[in-house]
Design a protein around this ligand. Structure first.
Ligand code: 6PG
Length: 252
């Protein structure tokens, strides 16, 4: 008897869902609920959840909401493995560290977590990228990218996401993690590559602020402007949800 594919396995035909919410707090609230639901469903179906977090102020607000009730205690964090979509090559104690930000906003406030897998930014870019590539491969099978249950992503005003920047290198073919150079400091970064992002069961973009509208208009346009990295995040069998505030949402 063929195994009935889970709904998200048939998500290839799904078009991105765009939710426009009244403001930044509403985006954080809705995003926290979506992350909680994805983790809970993954644990129920597969015994664990694989979650990747990003840096940035919009993602941070979602982490702060997840650190409060009910999510702090209702989400099966002890069965959740936490990864990062990207990291700055700085020590974890540096204020610019994406791990440090998520640890302060959320992880340090949870009683138990299944696993925390920061990018070793302190190793320097090349070594950190190679180390993260190995880690991600260990969660995939036979060298394929791991199929993360949810990757939470922000988007920059230039259309970057994770640390994939317009016109930048996106890693050698087949790489799961790569070094990257950001246009603003800290410039040395490590990022998940598109094959990992596009293997995800779910992508959740959280974007707020009027400065993001021009990029979002290009990313969500018809056709999308594929020169922008955020527009290249198109999982072959995963759902993409955009949670925007009114300022960031393209004029309809
Ligand atoms: C980083 C992030 C980056 C971020 C966007 C949005 O390391 O800076 O991973 O991709 O998510 O720049 O950040 P804001 O929400 O703060 O605009």
């Amino acid at each position: 008897m063929a195994k009935r594919a889970a709904p998200e396995d048939n998500a290839a035909a799904m078009t991105p869902v765009v939710q426009v919410l009244p403001g930044t707090a509403a985006v954080a609230e809705a995003a926290a609920a979506a992350v909680a639901a994805a983790i809970t469903q993954a644990r129920a179906r597969r015994g664990r959840a694989l979650l990747a977090l990003s840096g940035g102020e919009t993602p941070r607000r979602t982490y702060a909401r997840l650190a409060a009730d009910p999510y702090r205690t209702s989400v099966p964090w002890s069965d959740t493995q936490v990864f990062w979509s990207d990291e700055r090559c700085v020590p974890a104690t540096d204020p610019a560290s994406n791990f440090g930000m998520a640890n302060t906003a959320l992880l340090s406030r949870l009683s138990a977590i299944g696993g925390v897998h920061p990018v070793r930014g302190d190793l320097g870019a090349d070594a950190a990228a190679a180390d993260y590539d190995r880690l991600l491969r260990s969660f995939g099978d036979s060298g394929r990218p791991p199929r993360l249950d949810l990757i939470l992503l922000g988007v920059g005003a230039d259309g970057h996401t994770a640390s994939l920047f317009p016109g930048g290198e996106a890693g050698a073919p087949g790489a799961l993690a790569a070094t990257s150079i950001a246009p603003q400091p800290p410039i040395s970064r490590v990022t998940m590559t598109l094959p990992v992002l596009n293997a995800a069961r779910a992508i959740l973009f959280v974007v707020t602020g009027a400065n993001k509208r021009p990029a979002l208009t290009r990313i969500l346009g018809t056709p999308p402007d594929l020169s922008l990295p955020a527009a290249q995040v198109r999982p072959s069998a995963g759902r993409v949800t955009w949670m925007l505030d009114r300022d960031a949402a393209p004029a309809n």
